[in-house]
Design a protein around this ligand. Sequence first.
Ligand code: AMP
Ligand code: MG
Length: 535
Amino acid sequence: MDKTALDSLIFDDSFTRALPADSEPRNYRRQVIRSCYSHVIPTKVSKPTLVSYAKEVAAQLNLDSDACESDQFTQVFSGNDLLAGMRPYAACYGGHQFGNWAGQLGDGRVINLGEIVNPQGERLTLQIKGSGLTPYSRTADGLAVLRSSVREFLCSEAMHHLGVPTTRALSLVLTGEKVKRDMFYDGHPQMEPGAIVCRVAPSFIRFGNFQIHAMRGEMELLKALVDYTLRHHFPHLGEPSKEVYIAWFQEVCSTTAKMIVEWMRVGFVHGVMNTDNMSILGLTIDYGPYGWLENYDPNWTPNTTDAGRRRYRFSHQHKIALWNLYQLANAIVPLIGETEPLEEALDAYAEIYTQQWLSMMGKKLGLHTINPEKDDALIAELLAILEWVETDMTLFYRKLANILISRNPSKDGGDEDFLSIFMDAYYQPEQLTSEYKARFGRWIQSYKSRVAEENIPDDIRQKQMNAVNPKYVLRNYLAQQAIDRAEQGDHAMIAELLELLRHPYDEQPDKEAFASKRPDWARNRPGCSMLSCSS
Ligand code: AMP
Ligand code: MG
């Protein structure tokens, strides 16, 4: 029989080759010490069916549509079938959850199928999420439900197409089995459809992978893991040494800052920025109770588990990233022997973040240059205005591009009609008091004179603004509608959103409805504005 495209995948596990394995072959829940991972076989499922796959990710693996639509694909990415060369494993990591050290966490429901080398020579790790118990499953079941799997599948692809660094998703399959979940931990468990997403990234190493060894005093292991990470994922920094460790930490600070700036640009709230959910490569990882800002509210978090303290709210994400980087610094400091260089890198993080955030905000406003003295105030005033009345963030920036600078101000900004440009972005038009109109009018005037200084023709500025201010994001209610339909067996909306979100910056006239602000029914509906960690 001919080899299939899947059989032709080349597996080469650098992670497991370089690092020590758990010597216990039995798969039961426990503390796994002096090891970076445990070999574990995915649990077989009864009736896997393919819901969707991302063709761009498949192409990275050199898999065409025939390969992805084959029964073998569904069997492999549901964990039922192993390909030659696959030796699955779950990684050991720890983490700070909501600010407290939580000890060993690890891949509790993720199983790495292996690392492939594609024809371009790129290495990608494939892992399936929701495929049964591992030694790291703690008190949970190792499974994932359809709603959270749809959310991870669609959002990681949407983020990629928005230009935000992220892990990718290859496939979404239903297992054919039911999983019990008490969504709001309030004593109302329900049986939900089980599902598995296959995630793809150059590495899934998290801050927590380093922390666990440091916390356990496993210094040799810590060094082995850091050296592995450097050699395989930061080869441009050179052979591991004290200087290279420092340069590495500086780079992690800077890629993390960039990732958060991108989240702020598109209005993404991760929701659970625990240190086990922070990628060492600065990728957005672990899509759980995340959400998209609808009305611009810097204090918003979608995660009901965090509703009291709002530790992971939109406007705090850069501070939490810094807190997490401190924890990583604490973990690796024994390899460096002094704290100063790490402290300098952490101080530099704040500067990098501020500077990149300002430059990103400038781009959102269509400015080519940034003059912090003037532009800080312009941006601060805009954000205060956006927060003052319920204003849809995504729609607002898209509409701002329609303000014309070249026209006579009396025609579109000197009077009240500039407000009509933004009407669709307001959730409660009755909030538009004369005080609001006057203040926003003044802002529009200063914006217009600031943009006029740049001397960019309106059409060019519009184009540039529309390339950084998305038209389509995975609005919380859209994901929920796709989930509601999928739970009834209709997967069409998943396919439709996947296609829509491939081109988030383009006008897609027949898809205008997906750009609308959140409908009123979704304001307080679970899944739309409130999510829990239950998944
Ligand atoms: P998360 O909050 O999703 O980042 O998960 C935190 C930790 O709990 C990770 O170690 C996960 O692997 C683990 N975990 C979450 N859900 C489950 C589950 N259903 N079964 C086993 N482990 C889980
Ligand atoms: Mg996690």
